[in-house]
Structure formats: structure tokens, C-alpha cells
Ligand binder design. Structure first.
Ligand code: ADP
Ligand code: ZN
Length: 611
């Protein structure tokens, strides 16, 4: 099996995302890596694929013991031999895992950081052939980060005590330079290949509201999103407790989570949320690091967080499955006071010198200022965040409340059909695809030499958009590309149809383009946009109920069976055979075999009943 095959067969993904391939290649060639990707960017496959391909065992260090069981269950579900070691195991269980480890039964083992330096674990580890040590949430090693864990400082000791140093791969979503330097130094990475992928998460819709009455605003938001899964973040424990009562009173089943609750209570609440028994989680920032629930469809901040780093990390827990999701912040002047209070009274950095403390305070104030800037800006919200993280971006994203307020959408379905069929005709005629410039020339009926030489003036789509300006046609092409109907082939810079183009060409799907409103327009901000209804919603719901049945039978959270994005794609593609089922994004060989029958049957049943 090679890496592409592993991606398809085990995880059901068709292509690598930005950065994944480079990180995997580096690990496989024996070089350390530091992967910096946003939450939801797909860090796990970067070590899970090497774990399957490398001869020895892979140890994954993760701070989140409460999630290990689910992560391991998900891996086993795809056919990977996996186990975990943390304080929830009983002695006999622990002994079994150790002896199976020594017998070579596992490809990947998740370990809590405290365990690494425990004598029992060390003596087993020294006898193993460890190919890779992957450190998840690697920023926990740094005091500069939000989530410093002293036990992370022992990772380097652990590595030193192994007879043969494995490849070390560190992953985090925190992008600041200080943290990056700390990770390299404190984990003792050797000449690591550093990959920082784009921080943009196009499927997230950003919105800032300044409601007069926050509880009322929250109630309205939650009722509008009833049945969907979401997180509400508050600044303090007291606020969590209060809101939790209120939200349940409003008839929305909610769980809660903060550091003042007992371990057992937290665990229970987390499970209620994780297993979709309670769709809404009310929590402080203590909740969420490493949460890999992929179907969170909104994150609401009831209070403004202290920094853009914290905001982006928390908001980024929405939409990890790639489906459209919302990040909404409820801002009020009082939030700034609360944040200042929390900064001044934070006791996270207990044993610092006065100089260090004042440097950290200064840094935190700067971050707070930028966070307030986000709440007040009238420019593109996504752009503001990407700026902060040092990334370039277009001036307007068209998918945040500020951009939406000054954009209206225009129906360009007809133009889209013409453009897509022109791309198809050219490809059919020449047997290869060409660049965007040539496509636009053909559509506009150009007499350019190249067009005539290739005989493209003979196509039925030649000159269809003769009346439109070149700039307009270019805009439409860009829009089709950003909406995923066209793609530019990175190696040849040619324009190609994607699988989704068929929805427009053959199924009459409507295409809308955000267009800037004329200056004088000061209409109220557009209402929150619903997710585009691409798949038959009835069918999606039906597939969800099948998923829920399976999840109950197997006692796993529903998203471990399939993510929402996968069910949506399934509803769009409506597979009828096992081979077609494998074409659905997120369906690997193992899952196809296990669940294919039931989902195929569900689709057939649905079609018979509805059509
Ligand atoms: P994180 O970087 O936050 O750890 P995960 O590894 O949990 O992110 O991945 C987030 C989601 O993206 C998961 O649902 C995963 O299945 C999906 N994903 C990862 N890699 C790909 C890929 N190459 N193509 C499509 N989806 C992917
Ligand atoms: Zn925007």
C-alpha cells in the first residue's frame, strides 16, 4: 500500500489537502517535521498514514485522554490496529496492552504525556521498534501558548532514553513564532521540515453581533438552529452555569463544561455532547482542545475571548468536516472589562519573574486590542483574522457578516452553464484541457490565432458570451472556481471541471455570485445565510437516522460512523452500487464493506418512497 492508497482505502479521501503530502513524505523519508495547520486542517492523517506504512510502531502523544478511546475506535473502524494507554485503563487492561505491544500487535498507540516517563512504559518502549513519535497539540510544550502542560517537557527526556531515536513529528494549530521556536527547541526536533498551511477555513461563516440583550439574542440564535450541533463559549464559570440553566429552560438540551466541575461530571457532559444526546455545549475555554467532533455546525461566543488566537482556535471547532458552519460572536463593551480582569488576574503563570510577568501582560493587552478591533471592524472579518496571522487574502471574502452586508447575490446560473459546457466541449474536442484565458476567448468569440488554429471557433459554445466584457466573464470563472465547480490544475495551470460541475450542467443547480452593492445602499445586514441546499434534505435526514442506528448499536459517536459532510455527499451522489458507494467522499474500503449495504438500501428505500 502506498500513501495515496492509504488515504483512499483507509480514510476514503480522494486527494491530499494542502501540506499533508509534504509532511507525510518527510516523515517517511526519516526527517522530523513540524506541521502547523488550522483546527480541522487534517493533521491526524499526517501521522496515521505513516503509522500504517512504516515498519515499526507509532506512538502518539496527546493531552486529551478523554478522546483517546474515540480516536482509537475510529481507527479500528477503518482497519488500523490501534490502542491507547492512559489512566482510565485498569491494571489488567494495561498489562494486556503492554504485552500486545511487545508482540507487535499494534501499528499505532496513543499515550498520555505523563505516561512517557513512567518506568513500566519506558521499559516496554525501550524494547520496541518505534518508527515514529507524533506529538499532537505540540504547543502545550510552550509557556507562551494558551495550554502549557508541564508533562510535555518530558517528551525530550523520553526520546533520549530510547535506544534508537525515532522520527519525531509535532503538530499544532498555533501559529505564532515564539511557540514555533519553543516547540523545535523543547521537543528537540532535528532539522525539521516545517509546513505551515493556509489558515483560511472557507467553509466558516464569520459574524459579529452587538445585541442590546444578549440572552434574548442567544435564545433566538439557538432556536433558529434547533437540532444542529453547536458550542456556546462563555468567559466565566458562573456564566456557563447560568446560561446552561436558561438554555435547558428554553427547551434546548444542553451539556456544560468548565474547570470547576468534578472530573466525572465533565466526562459525563462531554459524552452527552459527543454522542449527540445533547446537541449544544455551554462551556468555558477549558472545553475543546483536541475535540474532534467533526459535525459542530456553529460556535457562538457569548463573550469576546481574550485574543484572536483564542478566538480562531475556538471558533475553528465548527465545521471540521468541511460542511458550511457558522462562527458568531456576541460583543458588548462589558466584554472588554471582563477580558481585562481575566488577563490581570490570570494565575496560569504562577512562577514567573516580575519582568516576565509584565512582558506577558503587555503581550496580552496587545492581543486584546486586536480582538476588540475584530469586533469593531467594518472590513472583511475573515480578512482581519488572516491579516493577524500574517496571511494574504482577497479584500472581500463574501462569506462573513461584513462582506454579506455590502454584497448582494446575483443569479449567474445561465452564465455558469455556458462556461462549464464550454470547458467540457474544449476538453472533448482537444482531448486535453486549456488555460482560463483561452476559455474566456472562446466564450467571447475571439478571432485570436490560437483559437482558430485549434478549431475552437467551430464549437457550439463559441461566442456565447460575446455581449459580456472580459472582466465580467473572468469574474464568473473565478466565482465558479471558488465555489468548487472548476479547478485550476496546479501542475499545468489548466482549467478543469470538478465532479460538482455536473450539478449545474445536468441537475439545474442554481449558482449565485456575491456582487458588491452600489455605494448608497445601506440596507440592514443580510440575515444569516442557510447552508446551501445542495443535497435533498429529506434524504440527508434519513441517512442520519440510519447512521444513528448504527452508532447506537456500536456504541460510538455518530460522526465516527460517517461525518455530516460524507452523508451530504452521499445524498448528492446517491450511490446504488458498492463501487459507487466508494466514490462518496469520506468512504474508505473498510467502511464501505461494513456499512455500504445499509446505506445503499436506505437510499433505494428513500427513492422508492419519495419518487
Ligand atoms: P485536525 O487538524 O484539527 O486534527 P483532523 O485530522 O481531525 O483535523 O481532520 C479534520 C477533518 O478533515 C476530518 O473529518 C477528516 O476526515 C477530514 N480530512 C482530513 N484529511 C482530508 C483529506 N485529504 N480530504 C478530505 N477530508 C480530509
Ligand atoms: Zn468577508
Amino acid at each position: 500500500m502506498d500513501k495515496e492508497e492509504a488515504l483512499r482505502r483507509l480514510f476514503g479521501h480522494q486527494a491530499f489537502r494542502d501540506g499533508q503530502e509534504e509532511l507525510i513524505d518527510s516523515i517517511l523519508s526519516g526527517r522530523d517535521v513540524l506541521g502547523i495547520m488550522p483546527t480541522g486542517g487534517g493533521k491526524s492523517v499526517c501521522y496515521q498514514i505513516p503509522a500504517v506504512l512504516l515498519p515499526g510502531i507509532t506512538i502518539v502523544v496527546s493531552p486529551l485522554i478523554s478522546l483517546m478511546a474515540d480516536q482509537v475506535a475510529a481507527l479500528k473502524d477503518t482497519g488500523v490496529r490501534a490502542a491507547y494507554i492512559n489512566s482510565t485503563l485498569t491494571m489488567p487492561q494495561l498489562r494486556t496492552v503492554y504485552s500486545r505491544m511487545e508482540a507487535g500487535a499494534y501499528q499505532i498507540v496513543y499515550v498520555a504525556p505523563e505516561r512517557l516517563t513512567a518506568e513500566g512504559f519506558l521499559s516496554v518502549a525501550r524494547r520496541l521498534n518505534i518508527s515514529l513519535v507524533a506529538v499532537d497539540e505540540a504547543h502545550c510544550v510552550s509557556q507562551w501558548g494558551q495550554d502549557f502542560r508541564p508533562s510535555y517537557l518530558h517528551i525530550a527526556d523520553f526520546l533520549e532514553q530510547l535506544p534508537c531515536r525515532p522520527v519525531v513529528a509535532a503538530f499544532t494549530a498555533t501559529a505564532t513564532d515564539e511557540v514555533r521556536q519553543d516547540i523545535i527547541r523543547l521537543l528537540d526536533l532535528q532539522d525539521p521540515c516545517c509546513v505551515v498551511t493556509g489558515f483560511d477555513r472557507p467553509n466558516l461563516f464569520f459574524k459579529v453581533l452587538r445585541p442590546k440583550n444578549k440572552p434574548d439574542a442567544l435564545q433566538a440564535l439557538l432556536l433558529e438552529r434547533k437540532g444542529k450541533c453547536g458550542i456556546v463559549y462563555c468567559a466565566t464559570r458562573a456564566a456557563v452555569d447560568q446560561l446552561w440553566e436558561a438554555v435547558n429552560r428554553w427547551g434546548i438540551p444542553a451539556a456544560r463544561y468548565h474547570a470547576g466541575m468534578s472530573d466525572e461530571d465533565r466526562r459525563e457532559n462531554q459524552d452527552e455532547f459527543q454522542y449527540d444526546r445533547k446537541p449544544v455545549m455551554i462551556a468555558t475555554n477549558a472545553f475543546g482542545m483536541g475535540i474532534d467532533k467533526s459535525n459542530v455546525s456553529f460556535v457562538i461566543h457569548y463573550h469576546m475571548p481574550k485574543s484572536p488566537e483564542a478566538y480562531y482556535q475556538e471558533a475553528g471547532r465548527a465545521g471540521r468536516d468541511g460542511a458550511p458552519a457558522e462562527c458568531i460572536l456576541l460583543f458588548s463593551g462589558g466584554d472588554v472589562r471582563t477580558a481585562r480582569f481575566l488577563i490581570e488576574n490570570g494565575n496560569e503563570n504562577g512562577d514567573l519573574t516580575p519582568e516576565e510577568r509584565s512582558r506577558i501582560l503587555e503581550r496580552d493587552y496587545k492581543r486584546l486590542e486586536r480582538m476588540v478591533g475584530y469586533c469593531k471592524t467594518t472590513e472583511c472579518l475573515r480578512g482581519y483574522l488572516l491579516d493577524y496571522f500574517g496571511e494574504t487574502h482577497p479584500e472581500h471574502c463574501g462569506n462573513c457578516s461584513n462582506c454579506r452586508a455590502s454584497f448582494v447575490s446575483e443569479d449567474i446560473t445561465r452564465q455558469a452553464q455556458m462556461i462549464l459546457s464550454c470547458v467540457k466541449r474544449i476538453q472533448d474536442r482537444l482531448g486535453y484541457s486549456v488555460g482560463g484565458t483561452l476559455v474566456v476567448q472562446v466564450l467571447r468569440g475571439s478571432q485570436d490565432k490560437r483559437v482558430l488554429e485549434l478549431g475552437l471557433d467551430q464549437l457550439s459554445t463559441y461566442g456565447l458570451l460575446r455581449q459580456s466584457s472580459k472582466a465580467a466573464v473572468n469574474d464568473w470563472v473565478d466565482c465558479l472556481e471558488s465555489q468548487g465547480y472548476l479547478r485550476t490544475n496546479p501542475s499545468h495551470s489548466t482549467l478543469e471541471l470538478t465532479d460538482r460541475a455536473g450539478e449545474v450542467l445536468f441537475s439545474g443547480k442554481r449558482v449565485e455570485m456575491p456582487v458588491r452593492k452600489a455605494k448608497e445602499a445601506t440596507a440592514p445586514a443580510a440575515k444569516t445565510v442557510p447552508a446551501p441546499a445542495e443535497a435533498d434534505e429529506g434524504l440527508v435526514d434519513y441517512l442520519k437516522s440510519v447512521r444513528m442506528d448504527i452508532a447506537r448499536e456500536e456504541r460510538v459517536p455518530a460522526y465516527i460512523v460517517f461525518s455530516n459532510a460524507t452523508l451530504m455527499d452521499m445524498a448528492r451522489k446517491r450511490p446504488h452500487t458498492q463501487a459507487e458507494f466508494l466514490e462518496v467522499s469520506g468512504v474508505g474500503a473498510m467502511k464501505a464493506e461494513r456499512y455500504g449495504g445499509r446505506f445503499l438500501e436506505a437510499i433505494r428505500t428513500y427513492e422508492e418512497k419519495v419518487t
